[in-house]
Design a protein around this ligand. Structure first.
Ligand code: CP
Ligand code: NVA
Length: 320
């Protein structure tokens, strides 16, 4: 089926005009649809299209970004769309002007908005008041566009993700771990968070995901023993200190030292074909050793490229 035909299916109608704030708001079928669309987008990555011609996208950034900004900007711009990068040094957002008023104004000028920043409530307010699709490009709570690329990458290596074992080792309460938890519960991925007890994901989110994993068959576990990586298809980690938490660096280094992904931990999977995933940016020598992230089991660079294809698929499904 061509992308055009895919985009004309019933599901597309259900996705048109939708925001992406967290994968909790989507059905498993809708997530599956965007994943499949991403595959088509990647297959046709060299084809020339103008599917965003006449459309505009505001890219709001309270925090720094390489991949997310570049993925949105190139995916949208190369197809005739007009992305506009706005950092908090440039606009009034939350300083001289409320989030709600900013949303109202941007909604009058742009076809859609991407937001990266601190509070989940900000991206929610932008979605409520702008009247256009809003994409969460990372908040303290969630990073949904990232984990779509992650599952896409898992499937590139192992086929259908349902029933695969994915282990996140590190800061188990951060935005990436939380988002992996949600998408795994939705899609039936056996997901383990291996983290010190004090960095376990909050019980409220675990509770929210329970009915989702019951429906999908996902086995979700949280533990503090690195031996839990046995049998994993993929080991995943992220920085020990997320943006905005810089004051916790020394405390985290001490707490998370036993949770570094290195060759020994990769071998503890018992799988020669296990892959290593990282959302990037990485601090080599902290959460991952250089030989693993730069070695043959690493798929971190594919993952980074896949941000662009998966983000383009989200934009195609919701904006065209
Ligand atoms: N993975 C990710 O979101 O990277 P950036 O912070 O560079 O956007
Ligand atoms: N948890 C990291 C992810 C960076 C993409 C952070 O929030 O800084």
């Amino acid at each position: 089926m061509s992308i055009q035909e895919t985009l004309q299916t019933a599901l597309t109608g259900a996705l048109a005009g939708r925001s992406l704030l967290t994968w909790l708001d989507y059905t498993p079928e809708e997530i599956r649809y965007v994943l499949d669309l991403s595959k088509q987008v990647k297959r046709e990555k060299n084809a020339v299209h103008e599917r965003f011609k006449g459309k505009t996208l505001a890219l709001l950034f309270e925090k720094r970004s390489t991949r997310t900004r570049c993925a949105f900007e190139t995916a949208f711009g190369e197809e005739g769309g007009h992305p506009v990068f706005l950092s908090t040094a440039d606009i009034q957002l939350g300083a001289k002007e409320s989030i709600e008023d900013t949303a109202r104004v941007l909604g009058r000028m742009f076809s859609a908005i991407q937001f990266r920043g601190f509070k989940q409530s900000t991206v929610e307010a932008l979605a409520s008041y702008s009247g256009v699709p809003v994409y969460n490009g990372l908040t303290d709570a969630f990073h949904p566009t990232q984990v779509l690329a992650d599952i896409f990458t898992l499937e590139e290596n192992f086929g259908e993700c349902k029933g695969k074992k994915l282990c996140f080792v590190g800061d188990g309460r951060n935005n990436v771990a939380r988002s992996l938890l949600v998408i795994s519960a939705q899609l039936g991925i056996n997901f383990s968070i291996i983290t010190p007890k004090t960095l376990s994901p909050d019980t409220e989110l675990l509770k929210t995901c329970e009915p989702l994993s019951q429906r999908s068959g996902a086995l979700i576990t949280v533990g503090d023993d690195p031996a839990g990586v046995a049998g994993a298809d993929a080991l995943y980690t992220d920085v020990w200190v997320s943006m905005g938490e810089e004051s916790k660096r020394e405390e985290r280094r001490a707490l998370l030292k036993p949770y570094q992904i290195n060759q020994t931990l990769m071998e503890m999977t018992g799988r020669k074909d296990a892959i290593f995933l990282h959302c990037l940016p990485a601090v080599k020598g902290e959460e991952v050793s250089a030989d693993v992230i730069d070695g043959p089991q690493s798929r971190a660079w594919d993952q980074a490229e896949n941000r662009k294809h998966t983000i383009k698929a989200i934009l195609l499904a919701t904006l065209t």
